[in-house]
Design a protein around this ligand. Sequence first.
Ligand SMILES: Cc1cc2nc3c(=O)[nH]c(=O)nc-3n(C[C@H](O)[C@H](O)[C@H](O)COP(=O)(O)O)c2cc1C
Length: 516
Amino acid sequence: MRGVTAMAVAVRRPDGGITSRAETLHGLATSRLRTVPLLRGVLVLLETMQLGMHALTWSAAVAAGAVDEHGEAEGLAIFDWIALIGAFVFGVGVFFIGPVLATAWLDRIASHWVSIAAEGGIRVALLLGYIWVIGRKGDIARVFQYHGAEHMTIYAHEDGRELSVPAVRRYPKEHPRCGTSFLLTVALVSIFVFAFAGTEPLWWRFASRLILIPFIAAVSYEAIRFAGFHQRWPVVRWLFAGNIALQYLTTRRRRRADPGRDRRAPALPRRRAGARTSRQRVTADPHAMDAAIRARRSIRGLEGPPLPPDQVEALVALALTAPAPHHTEPWRFVEVSPARREALADAMGAAWDTDLDADGHTEARRAWALARSHRRITGAPTLILGCLVAEGLNTYADDRRARAEWGLAQHSFGAALQNMLLGASARGLGAYWISAPLYAPEAVRAALDLDPAWEPQALVCIGHRSAEYVPFDRRTATCRGSSCGGSDRITLTPALSPQGRGAEGCHANVEVSWVG
Ligand SMILES: Cc1cc2nc3c(=O)[nH]c(=O)nc-3n(C[C@H](O)[C@H](O)[C@H](O)COP(=O)(O)O)c2cc1C
């Protein structure tokens, strides 16, 4: 990975450990020439080739145990250089000259626009085919997992997040400034550039494919850079959708049970030998699971210091395992620091007061409700805001399906929050859910400077349970089906009013409604 002033490489060693090194960048890489439009694209291309070679040589040396006592790799031998230059010339030949050879004859039977379009089409097909074929190999598939992880890390870094696994996991694996997207952009930009370069005479047709490479790289670099900084513009997202789509091939998320995750051999035989995985532990003792679910209560009496960061991360990580529609990860969480709490409580309080006033509540009643809400927000040992984003959800022109789609995300949010509450309860902590942000999203957004794409849903207060707090009596919603009547389709709704109580055959406080 290359940053503004430094680069870092991490390599998995044969023994399973990881060796990494970081280097400060000097010279052309950080010079003022790097700010000159178009020129910077050419410099980046040269620098990427140089840094990439350097990193590859070093990683090969680490893998072969051929580094010296300072961790440096030996220089390349003459044969390595020949092989490298040969591979480079072969790549440029196949990608730039090959399509001309394959299509030049078309000029005899059609306009030169046809052969230019066919040449460009072959170039794009070669690129996609190559990526698809190599991605099927185990090792490269694994590289693509690292590639996705690298993008997620860069997102987190650019977002100012700490670089921990749970924090990084919530970012997408596709990045608009990705190197493979650059290759696709090169292939597409070259169609336009070569169209202007013309096709006559034949020697120029071949020569232009080589001479114009730096110019094409420069334009492509500017395009990618622009797209990266203007992702919020729908037209940019639309124009560069192909780049993001290509990354479905070149980036992967590591699957949970991926045996390639860690090559440290002992882990696999142990698992095969039937060592208990966490999944097996859960299914082996369903009663423990049942008991943990039953034991969770909303604990509104909280005290003690804020949770340590690793405990917050662990609870958020549990939330992130929730089921979600279309394999999306629509949840986002913010730990609200004490410094922001007053502003948050005031903003939400003002919004709520307006609603209570409109509902006709007395001033005394409003003051009481607002003071309690203020106390809960400012006094929670740890306060976490949960949000949803629409990223990855289907979009529909009609309101009915659009609302349903958002409903799917909200269902998923409920599951995520339940995971977090269960995790807190299992750790002996108290926690409860505050849904007020859903009623005052703008107030929350403004008070916390939230990303406009994040839709506030709920707050979770977490801390140590105060000994005095007694949870509300739980009214169990169970129904003995046979005595409820003949239908096998029933819905149970917890009774909200006395009229709802006592439906025949059911627990005293559920209302039974028949469906169908
Ligand atoms: C969507 C949702 C919103 C909730 N909002 C609040 C809230 O704003 N304030 C609160 O004190 N509890 C809130 N709760 C917690 C419920 O009041 C609580 O879960 C319910 O009374 C059952 O009690 P238990 O959690 O102890 O089983 C909410 C729960 C859910 C699922």
